[in-house]
Design a protein around this ligand. Structure first.
Ligand code: FAD
Ligand code: FES
Length: 341
């Protein structure tokens, strides 16, 4: 991180933080322990928008979809895509729910192992140069060689030793980040990893049984939640139902990883589902067929409000699950997700 640091003040409040010249305002605010609002961290959602009152900034990704033309005209910026060029004053409302349980750090990490889970998903194990903790369900930013901008990936393990952070990544056709991860990065190579981030972490204090809904690469944070829930004594009385959705049987995974956990078959159950495209076949498949939100509704129906619910996956799936949970009258404070963009 650069030794040059600028002061960022929040208009109308006493709050202020230092931001290194090569850091973004959002991440520096988080490193200072402040509840700087955000969600994706990669320029897509617009949650980290702020207004520049005084000072000068540099925008990293000028066309980031998180801002509208109107925002740009009104001197609004994305905290996750903006670096300071001078001391600044910004207009922003902090939110306690965004305050980090662990202040994020940017660390070097060596790729120790990579192995396939399906035809297009791999597990990557990185070892950090210094231990740093995270909550099960959180994500990190990976700076990949030759790739512009960071990519967000959820940890799939628990922070047992602090130094090992594992990820499950699905290859995106033509995707720059996943090409670098799958094709270019080799075991022993090191990259920068910044984290942890995210709000959808395991709530230990919640007294309810747990329902995890994972679609595709949404497996990663849900695995982390399940691994955390099965390991932690505070959660010993809770049951966990894990629903996994893939397009075809070849996309389905997670069974062997969950089967290794204590509580398997007693407190922990796994239900895979497929949702073939029109005309696609489900021949030979013995699990559920349907979209994940439909399968969850069919299996649990009126019991849904009894659960603490975590979900992750592609945008369409996340939106359908969210709508279904609202219709099922699940209180929003029992629902936890970080949208994948
Ligand atoms: C919170 C969160 C958690 C996620 N967790 C996972 C996970 O566990 N596993 C998984 O497989 N995927 C996950 N994703 C999706 C992942 O971050 C990538 O979007 C996906 O891997 C595709 O990346 P790509 O580079 O291959 O594709 P591309 O299409 O090349 O890139 C898409 C992504 O890169 C960003 N981007 C594109 N251009 C720029 C630019 N010029 N500057 C800065 N950023 C740019 C976009 O915002 C978008 O996020 C997560 C996303 C989010 C937001
Ligand atoms: S957090 Fe900055 S656009 Fe999503």
């Amino acid at each position: 991180m650069s030794a040059v640091e600028y002061r960022v003040r929040l208009a109308g409040s006493e709050a202020a933080f230092g931001c290194a010249a090569d850091d973004t305002l959002l991440r520096a605010g988080q490193r200072a322990g402040l509840g700087f609002p955000y969600e994706c961290n990669v320029g897509s959602c617009g949650t980290c928008r702020f207004e520049l009152v005084e000072g000068d900034v540099q925008v990293q990704w000028a066309d980031a979809p998180g801002l509208t033309e109107n925002d740009r005209k009104r001197k609004r910026y994305l905290g996750c895509q903006t670096r300071p060029l001078a001391d600044c004053t910004i207009k922003l409302r902090l939110g306690q729910r965004y305050a980090p349980p662990h202040r994020p750090q940017r660390l070097q990490a060596v790729l120790e192992r990579s192995r396939p889970l399906t035809h297009d998903m791999r597990e990557f194990r990185f070892v950090l140069d210094a231990p740093h903790s995270f909550e099960p369900g959180q994500y990190a930013l990976a700076y990949l060689p030759g790739v512009t901008g960071a990519r967000a990936y959820s940890m799939s393990n628990t922070p047992a030793d602090g130094k090992t952070w594992e990820f499950v990544v699905r290859r995106t056709p033509e995707g720059a980040g996943t090409r670098a991860l799958f094709d270019d990065l080799t075991v022993g190579q090191s990259i920068a990893i910044d984290g942890p981030y995210g709000m959808a972490w395991l709530r230990r204090e919640a007294p309810r049984d747990i329902l995890c809904l994972a679609g595709g690469s949404g497996l990663a944070p849900m695995l982390s939640i399940a691994r955390g829930a099965m390991a932690e004594p505070q959660l010993a009385g809770r049951k966990l139902h894990f629903l996994y959705g893939g397009r075809t049987p070849a996309d389905v995974c997670g069974h062997d990883l969950l089967q290794e956990l204590p509580g398997w078959g007693e407190r922990l159950s796994y239900h895979p589902a497929i949702s073939p495209l029109p005309g696609g076949s489900s021949e030979g498949w013995t699990g559920d067929v349907g979209y994940l939100h439909e399968v969850a509704l069919e299996r649990f129906a009126a019991r849904l409000p009894e659960f603490e619910i975590y979900f992750a996956g592609p945008t369409a799936m996340a939106m359908a699950v969210q709508r279904m949970l609202v219709d099922a009258k699940v209180p929003s404070e029992q629902v936890h997700f970080d949208q994948f963009y």
